[in-house]
Design a protein around this ligand. Structure first.
Ligand code: NAD
Length: 288
C-alpha cells in the first residue's frame, strides 16, 4: 500500500518504521522536520495525503488534528482510509471523521495503548471507531503495528473506549498507591501487602502487572527510578479528556474528577517527567 504518515514523534516514528519493514511505501511529514529511515520525507501534510491508499495521523491533540484534517481531506484520494491514532477528545474525533466522509474518504479513530515500547515492538492495542468498511480497510495496518484491534462501534467510539479505560487505570493506580502508603504507616510489609492483594479482591492491573512499589511484583517503572513507562503528564491528559467527555455527555464521574485533581497536583509538584505510578513515593512522603 501507499501510506501517508503525519506526526513522526515518539509513537509515530516507530509505527511508520514498522509499516516500512512490512514492505509498504510510506511518505511522512512532521512539522519538526523529523525523518525516519525508509520513510520518504515530504514537505507538507497535504503531500503526505495526496495519492495514498491510507493516511495515518499521530498528533498531540484535537486542535492540531482538526487543523491538519483541514489541510489533508481535500488532497485525499476517493476511497482512501484515513486513520487517526492520536489520543484526542471524542468531539474532535467525530468532527474529523465527518470531514473525511464528506470528502469521499473512509475514516477510523484508532487510539492506542501500549506506549513507546509497544509502538517499537509492533504490539499496540488499537481501539477503533468507524464503519465496518473503514475498519476492514484499516485492519491490515493494525495487524502490522499492533497485536490487537477492537472495533468499538461508530466514529469517536475508539476514543471513548480509550478514555474510559484510562480513567479506570488512573483511579486504580491512585487507590493502589494510597493502600501501599497506608500499609507503610500500619507497619505492613510491602511484599506481604502485594502477596495478599495481588491474589485477593483488591487486585488490578496497577497492582498485579505494574506494581508501583519498587522491588515488589513484576519489573515495572518503579524498579527503574519511575522513568516512564506511561508518563504522569500523559495520564493527566487522558483524565482531562475523560472529564471533558463526562461534562459533554452529562455523565457522573466523581472518582474520575478526583483522580484528575490528584494528577494535576502531582504533575505540578513532583511528577513532571516521571511515570504515573510515582504517585506512591509522593503520597508516602512524610508531609503527604
Ligand atoms: P510526540 O509529541 O512525541 O509526537 C507528536 C508529533 O507530532 C511531534 O513530532 C510533532 O512535531 C508532530 N506535529 C505536531 N503538529 C504537527 C502538524 N501540524 N503536522 C505534522 N506534525 C505535527 O507525542 P507521542 O508521544 O508520539 O504521542 C502522539 C499521540 O499518541 C498523542 O495523542 C498521545 O496522547 C498518544 N499516545 C502516546 C503514548 C506514549 O506513551 N507516548 C501512548 C498512547 C497514546
Amino acid at each position: 500500500m501507499k501510506i501517508g504518515f503525519i506526526g513522526l514523534g515518539n509513537m509515530g516514528a516507530p509505527m511508520a518504521a514498522n509499516l516500512v519493514a512490512a514492505g509498504h511505501e510510506v511518505a511522512g511529514f512532521d512539522v519538526a522536520g523529523v525523518t525516519v529511515e525508509g520513510v520518504e520525507t515530504v514537505n507538507s501534510a497535504a503531500d503526505a495525503a495526496r495519492g495514498r491508499d491510507a493516511v495515518i495521523t499521530m498528533l498531540p491533540n484535537g486542535e492540531i488534528l482538526r487543523a491538519v484534517y483541514g489541510e489533508i481531506v481535500e488532497a485525499g484520494q476517493t476511497g482512501a482510509v484515513f486513520v487517526d491514532c492520536s489520543t484526542v477528545d471524542v468531539e474532535s474525533a467525530r468532527e474529523v471523521a465527518e470531514m473525511a466522509q464528506r470528502a469521499g474518504l473512509l475514516a477510523v479513530d484508532a487510539p492506542v495503548s501500549g506506549g513507546i515500547g509497544g509502538a517499537a515492538a509492533g504490539t499496540l492495542t488499537f481501539m477503533a471507531g468507524g464503519s465496518d468498511e473503514a475498519f476492514a480497510a484499516a485492519k491490515p495496518l493494525f495487524v502490522i503495528m499492533g497485536q490487537k484491534a477492537v472495533h468499538c462501534g461508530g466514529s469517536g467510539n475508539g476514543q471513548a473506549a480509550k478514555i474510559c479505560n484510562n480513567m479506570i487505570l488512573g483511579i486504580t493506580m491512585i487507590g493502589t498507591c494510597e493502600a501501599f502508603a497506608l500499609a507503610d504507616k500500619l507497619g505492613l510489609d510491602r511484599q506481604a501487602m502485594f502477596d495478599v492483594v495481588s491474589t485477593s479482591s483488591g487486585q488490578s492491573w496497577s497492582m498485579n502487572t505494574y506494581c508501583p512499589a519498587p522491588g515488589v511484583g513484576p519489573q515495572s517503572p518503579a524498579d527503574n527510578a519511575y522513568k516512564p513507562g506511561f508518563a504522569a503528564s500523559l495520564m493527566l491528559k487522558d483524565l482531562r479528556l475523560s472529564q471533558q467527555a463526562a461534562e459533554t455527555a452529562e455523565a457522573i464521574t466523581p472518582m474520575g474528577a478526583r483522580a484528575t485533581e490528584i494528577y494535576e497536583r502531582f504533575v505540578d509538584q513532583d511528577g513532571e517527567g516521571l511515570d504515573f505510578s510515582a504517585v506512591l513515593p509522593w503520597l508516602a512522603k512524610p508531609a503527604g
